[in-house]
Design a protein around this ligand. Structure first.
Ligand code: PDD
Length: 286
């Protein structure tokens, strides 16, 4: 289906959408993005994503005044125009297109470029959720401001492809002997006492919107949470492992670097967290 996308104030067919070759996202990866999931044609945790967008823009000094109501209306209009029932909305804001390629930022009159488009995907019924993921580990060679959601995703893309070559579904990144996060998701393990362990918030990981919601779900299930780093060896001995993101919700992890996690099938805690996350967020969607 030909999608209708949004570019700088206009709704256009995807094959007519264009941005300048001098756009700084294209030349310097000088842009930030958000991915918001859609269930039943409604947005999941929209305000969380917009708050993180504002933070990313502020950290990079991109002068895009976020108008939450206007952005909500654009998201909703794209859902309507594309009859999107389930999937994601991708939003990207770059520092804009200067007159030429220049490492120095353009003058203040250069307007940021804003692009949004829909992606249809079955999020609730998911083979990956039922089967569980195999992950392979790689050194975390990203820049050290992973808390900013920039479009600079080359390393994440490289390791995901390397993981596929090894027969794995995704990559977990390791910094100084400890897992930071997945290529495009946050990483968790569950120990023998059913404690959920996930790396603490810092510049080394993206502060996942789904992560925050899942830790709340864990509290509702009276599960203990430890926010600390863990190694691949500790993960391989864990009872369960899983990942979270807006485009996966919760996916169990069943194998890490060839070692089976638990019985090598999706664990009950990951399954339960996925169920209650979907239930609660479906009800709260706007
Ligand atoms: N990725 N860590 C990284 C590196 C990510 O790219 C993402 C999201 C997450 C999870 O964040 P959230 O729960 O807010 O989606 C963690 C998105 C989905 C993507 O790049 O497609």
């Amino acid at each position: 289906m030909m999608r209708t996308v949004y570019v700088n104030g206009n709704y256009v067919p995807e094959n007519e959408a264009s941005v300048s070759i001098f756009d700084r996202a294209f030349l310097f990866a000088d842009g930030v993005y958000e991915v918001t999931s859609v269930l039943d044609g409604k947005l999941i945790d929209f305000h969380g994503h917009i708050a993180r967008l504002e933070r990313s823009l502020k950290e990079l000094g991109i002068n895009y005044p976020v108008d939450k109501d206007a952005l909500l209306e654009i998201h909703r209009e794209l859902i309507r125009k594309n009859d999107l029932v389930e999937g994601m909305i991708y939003l990207q804001v770059s520092r804009g297109a200067a007159a030429d390629r220049d490492f120095m930022f353009p003058s203040a009159d250069v307007k940021p470029t804003i692009v949004l488009f829909t992606q249809s995907k079955s999020l609730v019924k998911s083979p990956a959720a039922e089967r569980g993921l195999k992950v392979a580990s790689f050194p975390d060679q990203r820049w050290r401001r992973c808390d900013i959601k920039t479009v600079q995703l080359l390393y994440s893309s490289l390791v995901k492809n390397e993981a596929a070559k090894k027969g794995a579904d995704d990559a977990w990144l390791v910094l100084d002997g400890k897992v930071t996060e997945g290529s495009s998701n946050n990483a968790y393990i569950v120990d023998e006492n059913n404690t959920i362990i996930t790396r603490e918030l810092s510049n080394d990981i993206l502060h996942g919107i789904t992560r925050k919601a899942i830790l709340q779900c864990a509290a509702e299930l009276d599960l203990k949470v430890e926010e600390r780093a863990f190694s691949i060896a500790e993960a391989q001995k864990a009872k369960e492992a899983f990942i979270t993101s807006a485009s996966s919700f919760v996916y169990p992890v069943i194998e890490i670097d060839g070692a089976k996690i638990g019985d090598g099938v999706p664990g009950p805690i990951a399954k339960r967290l996925r169920e209650i996350y979907i239930e609660a967020n479906r009800a709260a969607a706007i």
